[in-house]
Design a binder for this molecule. Structure first.
Ligand code: NDP
Length: 450
């Protein structure tokens, strides 16, 4: 019987699920990649003979450890933390740390796996990793967050280094937490070195790192729109989330003339038909970055509608940017967006759209930018932070922003090379997966059987 790509994906996935039980997010991320690269693998049997896909779905190692810390009342807590070092085939491990109660090994394996392809796409020498803890930063005092970070670094410092593994932030880990982690690393290792990225500007951070994921996602979106002769000016956009990625996506969308009408957090979303920009965006940033409040307070303050427990995808828009978390946009949400005439969906978060939602977008041939391409600007500027640290220099804001734009344009071009169909439609999911895979796979082939 001839081997078909879909039968081969099913066979491969059956083995993967058997080897990794109870890890649905990891299965989902691998299935998406396997589905889009299998025809390419069948056409290039050297990768199959070397069993590259099997090797790339098995992390190099996973470090699991206990983090014990004390809250302000003196109570003792024990959390679990992980570092998933997925692949260092093309550079030192690189990927963020996530602090959220939903963190499991499955979530970190999905994120680490995605990171391998994303980092490859940036063109920079970075392997893939992810880490984090089920620690819940919500409602914790600054002292508690600091003690947790210090306790975590007491173990993590043994496994990281500027040429080994360079963590950064992710959900629940921003500049404040990176500062606490870096301070503790320095104390333990007695070395001032670029072992973390996302650092503050006064201690080795890069200009534009804070903004990079959101800005980069909008630059990628601009590239998507350009393929159809469109621009952001005058378009209405819905954004989910109100964290690091969402806030700077909202800012850049506004700077380029789009009107952003929604923002959300894990409790619900706000709909502001007047647009979240200017003083309103400034207020929102202060709410989320400084006061660490809830999005419902925005609705109270600016007298607009708040929808508790809901997601923003029913609000009519031309542009949708999911920037909160995985699986926050399902096939029904995709149907609402398509029904309302959405032109482009650009994923700021990692795997925010479910497999069926992505299928619906691609089926309707709208512009769809998958997270691993669209949100790669964050890790790209982390890579630039590593370069600046290694060279002991600091580039200007303009210089870094210029490089970020260039990297996002190159990622877009790579996606087009491998993702363009015979009728000219660009399947960016396939394009990103094949381009990301090829570079890592070729490195593995060059190393022989290791
Ligand atoms: P933040 O912690 O700064 O913000 C996360 C936002 O998402 C918050 O508004 C949060 O709401 C919301 N959120 C978190 N969990 C859920 C949930 N289960 N349901 C609904 N909303 C939720 O994280 P980032 O902005 O850094 O990260 C957002 C996404 O972008 C993640 O998928 C991350 O992996 C991805 N990403 C981040 C990069 C970066 O540089 N930071 C780089 C590339 C990708 P609440 O405050 O209520 O928890």
């Amino acid at each position: 019987m001839p081997v078909t790509p879909s039968a081969e994906v099913d066979r491969f996935m059956a083995g993967l699920v058997r080897r990794n039980p109870g890890e649905p997010e990891f299965h989902q991320a691998v299935r998406e990649v396997a589905h889009s690269i299998m025809p390419f693998l069948l056409a290039n049997p050297r990768y199959l003979r070397a069993r590259i896909l099997v090797r790339l779905t098995e992390p190099d190692r996973i470090i699991t450890f206990r983090v014990v810390w004390q809250d302000d009342a003196g109570r003792v807590h024990a959390n679990r933390a992980w570092r998933v070092q997925f692949s260092n085939a093309i550079g030192p491990y690189k990927g963020g740390l996530r602090f959220h109660p939903s963190v499991t090994q499955s979530v970190l394996k999905f994120l680490g796996f995605e990171q391998v392809f994303k980092n490859s796409l940036t063109g920079l020498p970075m392997g893939g990793a992810k880490g984090g803890s089920n620690f819940d930063p919500r409602g914790k005092s600054e002292g508690e967050v600091m003690r947790f970070c210090q306790a975590m670094m007491r173990e993590l410092h043994r496994h990281i280094g500027e040429d080994t593994d360079v963590p950064a932030g992710d959900i629940g880990v921003g500049t404040r937490e990176i500062g606490f982690l870096f301070g503790q690393y320095m104390r333990l290792a007695n070395r001032f070195t670029g072992v973390l990225t996302g650092k503050g500007l006064s201690f080795g951070g890069s200009h534009v790192r804070t903004e990079a994921t959101g800005y980069g996602a909008v630059y990628f979106l601009q590239n998507l729109l350009e393929t159809r002769g469109l621009e952001l000016q005058g378009m209405t956009a819905t954004v989910s989330g109100s964290g690091n990625v969402a806030l700077y996506a909202i800012e850049k969308l506004g700077q380029l003339g789009a009107k952003v009408v929604t923002a959300s957090d894990s409790s619900g979303f706000v709909h502001d038909p007047d647009g979240i920009s200017g003083e309103r965006l400034k207020w929102l940033k202060d709410l989320k970055e400084v006061r660490r409040g809830r999005i419902s307070e925005y609705a109270e303050h600016f007298k607009c509608q708040y929808f508790p427990g809901k997601r923003p995808w029913n609000v009519p828009c031309e542009i949708a940017m999911p920037c909160a978390t995985q699986n926050e946009l399902d096939v029904d949400d995709a149907a609402s967006l398509l029904g309302n005439g959405v032109i482009a969906v650009a994923e700021g978060a990692n795997m925010p759209s479910t497999f069926r939602a992505v299928d619906a977008f691609i089926g309707q041939k709208i512009l769809f930018g998958p997270g691993k391409a669209t949100n790669a600007g964050g890790v790209a500027v982390s890579g630039l932070e590593q370069s600046q640290n290694a060279l002991r220099i600091s580039w200007t804001r303009q210089e870094v922003d210029h490089r970020l734009k260039g990297i996002m344009r190159e990622i877009h071009e790579k996606c087009c090379i491998d993702g363009t169909d015979a009728d000219g439609f660009v399947n960016y999911v396939r394009g990103a997966n094949i381009a990301g895979f090829r570079k890592v796979a070729d490195a593995l082939l060059a190393y022989g059987i290791v």
